[in-house]
Write a protein that binds this ligand. Structure first.
Ligand SMILES: O=P(O)(O)OC[C@H]1O[C@H](O[C@H]2O[C@H](CO)[C@@H](O)[C@H](O)[C@H]2O)[C@H](O)[C@@H](O)[C@@H]1O
Length: 254
């Protein structure tokens, strides 16, 4: 937990107010990142361990908030559902490019995938340079958790590759991702907040990664705030929690 004596991070962001206090002071809307926030990071995308009680707990929490809970992930929704089962929650996948209300209503334009030429070039680069490639329905990712020294080579490739194919680049933890230009988690927060049951509530975005900064900013612009999981310099989050286990405790779902 934060502030434990001897913890080098004790000067980090303070823990957020309790959910009870936040709910007592007005309507609360929760936007939750997935990897690194609701599940611990793992060596590869399919090696995460999802606690068996997590989905039921999130459904119960969403009910407690009258539906004002959304998952907002870099993963595609179909990938989230591979790990969580069919979702009856509001959700945004593919870094905000695919945004849906709990009943499945799509907000914004339907997300697009990478062109065949872009996919082929990405695959060839990954294979030649030793990246682990993640094919995604609305993008593609180069993972280098197994060899962090690959980062510089990946970034140099990303710059020209994204420009040639008109794509956006998302940085993450040991990953460089390519998505349609313009997609971000902040857009998804704003889109959901314009709809019932979110409209009029105070948004709180909880996330651990650099792409979650867009969510923190959007929550702040709409009168709420961000909660950073873990550490990062220069974050726009107002509060912090150390790890997913602390997120569970704060959400009172453990
Ligand atoms: O926005 P998120 O829900 O946090 O998703 C971001 C990316 O998460 C996944 O990659 C990250 O988690 C992996 C599993 O722990 C880890 O091996 C990898 O190093 C991390 O970058 C996922 O694979 C990506 O598609 C998501 O965009």
């Amino acid at each position: 937990m934060r502030g434990v004596d001897g913890d080098p991070r004790q000067a980090a962001l303070p823990a957020p107010p309790s959910l009870r206090d936040l709910s007592d002071s007005g309507l609360l809307a929760l936007f939750l990142d997935f990897d690194g926030t609701l599940v611990d990071l793992a060596p590869g995308p399919d090696q995460i361990v999802v606690p068996p009680w997590l989905v039921a707990a999130l459904n119960a929490l969403s009910e407690r908030l009258a539906g004002r809970l959304a998952l907002v992930s870099g993963r595609a929704i179909v990938d989230l559902e591979k790990h969580l089962g069919p979702l009856a929650l509001a959700r945004a996948g593919s870094h905000g490019a695919d945004c849906r209300l709990a009943d499945g209503t799509v907000l914004g334009a339907a997300p697009t995938g990478l062109s065949a030429a872009a996919l082929a070039e990405l695959a060839a680069f990954a294979e030649a340079e030793g990246f682990v490639r993640e094919d995604k329905p609305h993008g593609g990712a180069l993972h280098y958790r197994h060899d962090p020294a690959l980062e510089a080579k990946g970034l140099a490739f990303a710059e020209t590759f994204a420009a040639r194919h008109g794509l956006g680049v998302k940085r993450g933890k040991c990953v460089i991702e390519f998505v349609a230009s313009g997609a971000d988690k902040g857009w998804a927060v704003a889109a959901l907040m314009a709809e019932r049951p979110f409209a009029g509530a105070t948004p709180v975005f909880v996330g651990d990664d650099v792409t979650d900064e867009d969510g923190f900013r959007a929550a702040g612009n709409l009168g709420g705030f961000g909660v950073l999981v873990g550490d990062r310099k220069g974050t726009q989050a107002r509060y912090g929690l150390d790890r997913p286990a602390d997120v569970y405790r704060w959400l009172e779902i453990e």
